[in-house]
Design a protein around this ligand. Structure first.
Ligand code: GLN
Ligand code: ZN
Length: 767
């Protein structure tokens, strides 16, 4: 039984790559130093895995930006607009890579970046390859070969990891009509052959081809592409050991195709889908096929449950023999932080919780330990590790800091009535009209106002104790008061307090809820140099005290106008955290929903009559396969309704969602039954509204009338024009006027100008 790893985090345990890249982009670090930083990280990662005892260590899992972008560069899939940079500017490959990822605006050039989108159901974002009908591919970057050679020079016989040809095409986008990108396969394969040939020449024996698109619903055409690609590659390189890796789901209906592919090893994500092992062992496996058992969770920060993993391993070993098994993490460790040993601050992460956790470095050791336990190697030492693991998992099962009987009882006691407003929307609408007296086309904003450097510096100073809590509160109060004054002057109908006291829309709530822990070094790459540090939901969630009432009530006390309370919804809090794995996500989500519900009720008691529960992440929580959507949507929508339904009919509940495709989930959006939904719409020229129009969405809608991602100030005329488009498909009495999203990343100057224009637009519409 051998061990391997699918990929190691590349940001460096102290975010060295982030820091070096950002300095390089700011012209404050020479290229050689950036390249050296990359080299250091690679070497460090390889050595660490070697010392841990991993047999087959990955290379080419490193990237200066993104592995899909690397593949585009490898295959020469470089969009036309970068040609001048290559030909006239003679950009080297790394600057070209950054230009494609971030755009290039200097020395008179102005070339836009490529699009970025979410990597399956993770919070990692990849760069979307662009294809044209007459697309040509050539071996453009030999990065993978260089990294293999580099590993070899350091005494490591590495396994190159490459995005497979079919997923590479499927992950991309046609930039012109009239062809499907999968038809480019024949032209693409020669480049993969060239790469494999060079790798083999350089001494590679194993290559991991990642085909994560096998975890999606595919059509016949796509499945046939897999067959064609892998037969062709196998024919050319019968000696090369191909490890085919998909993850985040089982192979599902693609399994029959996958089992026909002439590959030597097939990787299984047994964390996301342990039940697939039975299906696979029951299938007619090719006699020489080896299985890579992904039993260590590459997506979450929990310690493995060795007994559970060993049960799976034993089952597989009994069926096909230990010699045909590989031990692995479920997917690349890109999605977990580097090293738990660096979490030394017991105030941030108490030892009682830390003992249940594992980051990438610890997970590597778990993979090796599991293989040793399964094969009886170093038995005494391993036995001790097993006992330790059993103890940690056992005490997690019963720990008083995780289990809160009161919360469990509350969740068990939720009735249908708790997830339903008293009256139906039509009745609520009338009551709210009476109570709130809003004009037609009411104006509002999405919540946050500019988080200036100054505002952020106050928080930093508070942390460093350079400001007392009282001084900090006074500053926030002044900023809030100024904002209320200013919104009154502009003439906005439903005001907000501005969210100045919040660092982040999830962290702010997590910090005040029981059951959440925070880390000091739990960074994971989100895209490029951007890293996030998700909270850890380790236990039953409850709300010891009100979280937003003080600031909202303060803001409301300053004005006779309506001030909208601002909360983050349960699904979004769940989605942007590391979630406990000892109970279904739906259960954890329901607990968060109850906490938010209590907050909503307290806001109402404090005199707040409009409350927004943001759910920007509801769509991104959708399972990868459609057959699993229904179940998710049911509990996600229910969680929102539980959060929203504790109030009187007169209290108006808003929700907000960022840019997303609404068509296929519009029924569920309607089932959320928010009185008002605001959505990002301006970049799509109101096209996103069609889903609501076709559905005859009954509740109120605020389609965003201007893009908050750019400092550009929109004119009254263009916003009126957009609203007219909206009015053509949605009755006027259902419409609100608001920006696309929160304004925290904007400057005050453009924000003021834009909102003056927006209010003027609403006034014109009313006439
Ligand atoms: N209320 C939040 C804000 O205005 C919403 C942010 C979001 O949709 N991502 O910042
Ligand atoms: Zn938004």
């Amino acid at each position: 039984m051998q061990t391997h790893n699918l990929g190691y985090p590349r940001i460096g345990s102290q975010r060295e790559l982030k820091k070096a890249s950002e300095l390089y982009w700011a012209d404050k670090l020479p290229l050689a130093a950036l390249l050296q930083e990359g080299k250091n990280i690679r070497l460090h990662n390889w050595q660490l895995q070697q010392e841990a005892g991993i047999d087959l260590i990955p290379c080419n899992d490193f990237s200066f930006y993104d592995q899909v972008l690397d593949t585009a560069l490898m295959t020469g899939a470089i969009p036309e607009r970068y040609q001048p940079l290559i030909e006239r500017k003679q950009l080297n490959n790394i600057d070209l890579l950054f230009a494609m990822a971030r755009g290039y605006q200097r020395e008179g050039y102005d070339v836009t970046a490529m699009e970025m989108t979410k990597w399956f159901d993770t919070n990692y974002h990849y760069i979307v390859p662009e294809f044209k009908a007459d697309q040509q591919f050539t071996l453009y970057s030999d990065k993978v070969i260089r990294e293999f050679t580099e590993a070899k020079e350091n005494g490591i016989a590495a396994k190159p990891v490459i995005i497979g040809p079919v997923s590479f095409l499927l992950l991309g986008k046609e930039k012109a009509a009239g062809f499907h990108r999968i038809s480019l396969l024949e032209k693409l394969l020669p480049v993969y052959e060239e790469v494999l040939g060079l790798l083999q020449q350089a001494g590679a024996t194993h290559v991991q081809l990642d085909e994560p698109c096998l975890s999606l619903n595919l059509g016949e055409k796509e499945r046939a592409a897999f067959t064609q690609a892998y037969q062709q590659l196998h024919q050319r390189f019968p000696q090369l050991h191909i490890i085919l890796a998909s993850y985040f789901e089982c192979y599902g209906e693609n399994l029959a195709t996958v089992l026909q592919l002439p590959v030597q090893t097939l990787h299984l994500d047994l964390v996301r889908c342990p039940s697939q092992l039975d299906d696979i062992l029951a299938a007619a496996l090719p006699a020489t096929l080896q299985l890579s058992l992904g039993v260590v969770d590459g997506r979450n920060i929990w310690k493995n449950d060795f007994r559970q993993s060993l049960a799976l391993i034993t089952k597989a070993a009994d069926a096909i023999g230990k010699d045909r098994l590989w031990m692995a993490p479920s997917c690349s460790l890109l999605h977990v932080p580097c090293d738990l040993d660096l979490e030394t601050d017991e105030e941030t992460l108490q030892p009682g919780i830390k003992q249940w956790m594992a980051y990438a470095k610890q997970k590597i050791t778990e993979v090796v330990t599991l293989a040793n336990l399964a094969t009886g190697k170093d038995i005494e030492h391993m036995e001790r590790k097993l006992q330790e693991n059993i103890r940690a998992n056992a005490n997690r099962k019963t720990s008083a800091i995780i289990h809160n009987p009161a919360v469990k009882a509350q969740v068990a006691g939720i009735t249908d009535n708790d997830s339903r407003r008293h009256a139906i929307f039509a009745t609520r609408k009338i009551k709210q009209q009476e109570a709130l007296q809003l004009p037609k086309f009411p104006t509002t904003t999405i919540g946050s106002f500019p988080q200036t450097k100054e505002v952020r510096s106050w928080r930093a100073k508070l942390k460093k104790q350079e400001l007392s809590q009282q001084q900090y509160d006074e500053l926030i109060a002044k900023e809030t008061a100024d904002t209320i004054r200013w919104q009154e002057e502009v003439g906005i109908d439903v005001l907000v307090h501005g969210e100045f006291e919040r660092n982040d829309m999830v962290e702010y709530f997590g910090e005040q809820l029981d059951g959440f822990a925070f880390t000091r070094n739990g960074w994971v790459q989100s895209y490029g140099s951007r890293c996030v540090k998700p909270p850890v939901i380790y236990g039953d969630v409850s709300r010891p005290a009100p979280m937003t009432v003080k600031w909202t009530q303060y803001a409301q006390s300053l004005t006779p106008q309506l001030v909208k309370g601002m909360l983050t919804g349960p699904v979004t809090i769940l989605q942007w955290s590391f979630v406990r794995n000892d109970q279904p996500r739906s259960e954890t989500c329901t607990q968060i929903a109850l906490a938010i519900r209590n907050e909503v009720v307290d806001l109402e008691k404090a005199g707040i009559r409009v409350i927004q529960i943001d759910e920007p992440a509801i769509r991104e929580g959708l399972p990868l396969r459609r057959e699993n959507w229904q179940e998710y949507l049911e509990w996600a929508v229910r969680a929102f309704r539980i959060a929203a339904s504790g109030v009187k009919d007169e209290t108006q509940i808003h929700t907000h969602m960022c840019y997303s495709e609404f068509n296929d989930i519009i029924q569920h959006i309607a089932d959320m039954d928010a009185d008002v939904i605001t959505i990002e719409c301006s970049r799509s020229q109101m096209e996103l509204l069609d889903a609501f129009a076709d559905f005859k969405y009954p509740n109120e809608i605020g389609p965003g009338v201007y893009d908050i991602h750019s400092p550009r100030v929109p004119s009254k005329t263009e916003m009126v024009a957009l609203m007219k488009k909206a009015q053509a498909v949605i009755p006027a009495e259902q419409l609100w006027v608001n920006p696309d999203c929160g304004l925290k990343t904007r400057q005050w100057e453009e924000t003021r100008k834009a909102l003056v224009e927006m209010v003027a637009a609403a006034k014109e519409l009313r006439q």
